[in-house]
Design a protein around this ligand. Structure first.
Ligand code: FAD
Ligand code: FMN
Length: 784
């Protein structure tokens, strides 16, 4: 086959040499516009796993790269005058020039034709090629030429960075954060050969502009950075080799994703994108070179598997695209989280977190490294951090005792102390009669209170009959209901050390529906226990288009009536002895319908801007707060994201949280969605936790994270990083009332109290999990 690679970066060179090695008869040319030694950048890093992959395909190149690598384990943070170091992170770094020179030399030995200082104008420069590899980097002209086919989605990110070098040598991957009068800068620093270190300096656009760096030439930028990081550089200079860049040497990262990776051009040649031309990954997780190399490997693998002949190219390229696209997206997602962390750290973490917690947050920024991953990497450091965290949580503890995982540290708000950070999230059970919680609720909530969580939140409880979602929802609009709740609360207090909360909410336009199992959100049927009742909400609306009842817009008199109902319910909740009250302002229910612009179209002072839309929910909040005992905490559950264009965004959630905080809220429970059926939610592990994190740091109020939190490792990571103060766990508690006790046993934390009647099961469960763990550990090396 005749193969031409446009661009002699890692992708083009490595693919060229692999194909030549696969079959010496292939005619392979790599066309590169630069000279062999003329490249931008300093060092690149990649993981041990990428090296293993390369070794399988070309041992000779892998050995040479390995010999030139700088390997290091530690990550060091320089922050607010402190130096914090943790180990076990395993990176390798190599000079980009060195890497390319090794690949070039290997290409020459194998007979790949290298053409330097030649600018390929287009794929059509090579009409007789069977295969043209567009490995022409992030600004790929081939991709641009065929943009309609390749459908590139290019997002320019807000931060600015400059890629510099220095001769100061560092023995750890170092992050240095410096505050200026206009905001924070961070440097990502890693040595890549005996003499040189990469020194990338990054800051948000507004900080960049405020310092006038948009007008600075490269030398002025270097002078600025040298001054800013003078303590760190210890007299060493910073250097740039971005001489091909015009004007400012500061760049914005561009995230590239393509809908299609290959095509057949009008000469019949197949053209395929590879490396940065088809996808980019932010340097925050240093995987761009890895992706380029692995693209080359996968394409070669498919030629080897399906036959390296022109007639197979279409099938080879289709398979290549299918396989690589998934893998690449996975990595890009992780890179995205890490990149965003660096984009927002100045406004969200630098000023808010103490150095110890800042380090933890930074290490777990991609959300791929969890608490237990950190333990595997550096047990000593993690236990030290756990002790620090527990001390902050008020646990005086003997150093000889094992460290307490963050999940099991206590938490106090006003006069209520929870023994740990797990909350049973409110879950409607649709099993009340006339709004009275019965035997079912006693057993359901009682079992969960015995299951180890710090607090159990009872399901949404309604201040009036028309506030119910279904005829099965419980209420607090009469004293019979109050007494029934008191019986449950007393039971929980007498038989467990869990606290119990009530969530008070009004269903609004989402009321008068069937019990979930009879048709969720659908209006009551004629033969149901009750007829449908009229609905009220911020504005007239129909939740399920063409199906739901249409609600009526509330009048001021309605508002007064509903506020009075909320207050009466609150008094009954206090009399019942609940430890905590949550006001339900989420999920499209009545108070939420005021907050979201999707459901509030009012023209009065309760509609329009967010301040107006919050007016009535805040009125209710203040009235409830007034009626709720001062020594007891109050939280507010919000939908922090409507997941609909034009709806509430996480930035709005910060403003909402600030308003409730100013009104006296102690904590914001950050849920999302269920406001509009048009929502498009990005589900995933801990998918709503970023909202709790953002609200906590930017509004400066405690938060609950909720949503797809399903293991102790999730809870520990969230709490330890300061992304939330508590974690609410819903569905896992339906499956297992003793979820917290089970998770404690799984992670080997034995200092939890089981109900005395159940204690004989505790050690059995603990040894069962310990045995499983040791068997898995024994099996792991055998599999590797
Ligand atoms: C600041 C920064 C730090 C980074 N750090 C890391 C890191 O730590 N680890 C990591 O893995 N990656 C890192 N990367 C990313 C990495 O550099 C790229 O992902 C990787 O080089 C992609 O390889 P490639 O072969 O696809 O593209 P490139 O390396 O960009 O190569 C493309 C080549 O094509 C040539 N070319 C373009 N157009 C033409 C044409 N028309 N004719 C002839 N030649 C052409 C260019 O001169 C260039 O040599 C970093 C990037 C930046 C910007
Ligand atoms: C059966 C069920 C009923 C729910 N009822 C309520 C409720 O009454 N009030 C509320 O705020 N959220 C309610 N939710 C949402 C949960 O509290 C929680 O936010 C959601 O299930 C995500 O958490 P998870 O992934 O741990 O299940 C309910 C969820 C389920 C599964």
């Amino acid at each position: 086959m005749k193969i031409v690679c446009i661009g002699g970066g890692p992708a083009g060179l490595y693919f060229g040499l692999l194909m030549k090695q696969l079959n010496a008869d292939h005619d392979v040319t790599v066309v590169e516009r630069n000279k062999p030694y003329d490249t931008f950048g300093w060092g690149v890093v990649f993981s041990d796993a990428t090296m293993d992959n390369m070794r399988q395909w070309d041992g000779e190149t892998a050995d040479e790269i390995q010999a030139a690598f700088n390997h290091w384990d530690d990550i060091e943070l320089l922050f607010k005058g402190r130096t914090i170091r943790s180990g076990g992170h395993g990176f390798v770094g190599i000079g980009r020039k060195k890497l390319l020179n090794i690949l070039q030399a290997r290409c020459e030995r194998l007979g790949v034709k290298l053409v330097f200082e030649r600018e390929a104008q287009s794929d059509e420069d090579y009409p007789d090629a069977d295969l043209v590899i567009a490995s022409d980097g992030i600004n790929s002209t081939v991709r641009t030429k065929y943009a309609e086919v390749f459908k590139p989605d290019i997002v320019t990110r807000p931060n600015r960075y400059i890629w510099l070098g220095t001769h100061r040598l560092y023995d750890a991957f170092t992050f240095d954060f410096q505050r200026t009068e206009h905001g924070w800068f961070q440097a990502h620093i890693y040595k890549f050969d005996d003499k040189t270190t990469t020194f990338i300096v990054e800051c948000p656009e507004h900080v960049f502009l405020a310092h006038g760096l948009d007008k600075a030439d490269p030398q002025q930028s270097i002078d600025f950075c040298e001054k800013l990081f003078a303590d760190n550089l210890q007299g060493h200079k910073l250097m740039t080799n971005a001489r091909h860049l015009r004007g400012s040497a500061w760049l914005n990262f561009q995230r590239v994703v393509c809908g299609q990776w290959w095509l057949k051009n009008r000469h019949g040649s197949h053209v395929v994108l590879m490396g940065d031309a088809v996808h980019t990954a932010h340097f925050a997780i240093g995987s761009g070179t890895k992706l380029a190399i692995e693209d080359a490997i996968e394409l070669t693998r498919q030629f080897q598997r399906l036959g390296d002949r022109p007639e197979n190219i279409t099938e080879v390229l289709s398979t290549y695209q299918e396989l690589r696209r998934i893998e690449t997206l996975r990595l890009q997602n992780a890179a995205w989280n890490a990149m965003e962390w660096f984009e927002v750290c100045g406004q969200r973490y630098c000023d808010q977190l103490e150095p110890e917690q800042f380090m933890y947050s930074m290490l777990t920024r991609s959300q791929r490294i969890s608490h237990e991953n950190l333990r595997l990497r550096d047990k000593g450091w993690l236990e030290g951090y756990e002790r620090w965290f527990a001390a902050r949580a008020g646990m005086a503890r003997d150093a000889a005792l094992p460290a307490v995982p963050p999940m099991f540290t206590p938490y106090t708000l006003r006069g209520t102390t929870l023994k740990n950070r797990v909350v049973v999230s409110p879950m409607a059970q649709y099993s009340a009669l006339d709004g009275v919680p019965g035997e079912y609720h006693l057993v359901h909530l009682g079992a969960r209170a015995m299951g180890g969580a710090g607090m159990v939140v009872a399901e949404m409880t309604c201040p009036s009959p028309d506030a119910r979602i279904t005829p099965g929802c419980p209420g607090l609009w009469n004293d019979t209901q109050g007494a029934a709740w008191k019986r449950i609360v007393d039971w929980v207090h007498n038989h467990s050390d869990a606290r119990i909360a009530v969530q008070i909410g009004h269903a609004g336009a989402k009321g008068s529906t069937r019990r979930a199992w009879d048709g969720i959100d659908k209006p009551l049927l004629a033969d149901d226990t009750e007829p449908n009742w009229p609905l009220i909400s911020a504005s007239a609306q129909q939740y399920l288009e063409g199906v739901s009842q249409v609600s009526r817009s509330m009048t001021r008199a309605d508002m007064d009536r509903v506020t009075a109902d909320f207050v009466a319910a609150t008094r009954r909740a206090a009399a019942a002895g609940f430890d905590w009250l949550e006001l339900h302002c989420a999920h499209g229910y009545l108070l939420s319908s005021f907050i979201s612009p999707l459901t509030n179209q009012r023209g009065d002072v309760y509609g329009g801007c967010l301040e107006n839309r919050l007016r009535y929910p805040l009125e209710v909040f203040c009235a409830v707060r007034e009626a709720w005992p001062q020594h007891l905490p109050m939280s507010v559950r919000i939908s922090a994201h409507d997941w609909v264009e034009g709806g509430i965004t996480p930035a709005d959630a910060v403003a909402i949280a600030r308003a409730f905080k100013a009104a006296g809220a102690d904590l914001i429970d950050c849920s999302s969605g269920q406001v509009s059926k048009k929502e498009k939610i990005s589900f995933g592990r801990m998918f709503q936790t970023p909202f709790a994190d953002r609200v906590r740091q930017e509004a400066g109020i405690a938060t609950i994270a909720v949503g797809a939190i399903s293991e102790a490792d999730h809870v520990n990571s969230i709490i330890a990083a300061g992304r939330a103060d508590l974690c609410a766990v819903a569905r896992p508690h339906l499956a297992n009332p003793a979820w917290t006790l089970t998770e404690a046993a799984k992670i080997g934390f034995t200092e939890v109290m089981w109900p005395q009647q159940y204690r004989s099961a505790k050690s059995q469960m603990e040894s069962h999990f310990a045995r499983e763990k040791s068997m898995a550990a024994q099996a792991a090396p055998a599999r590797a």
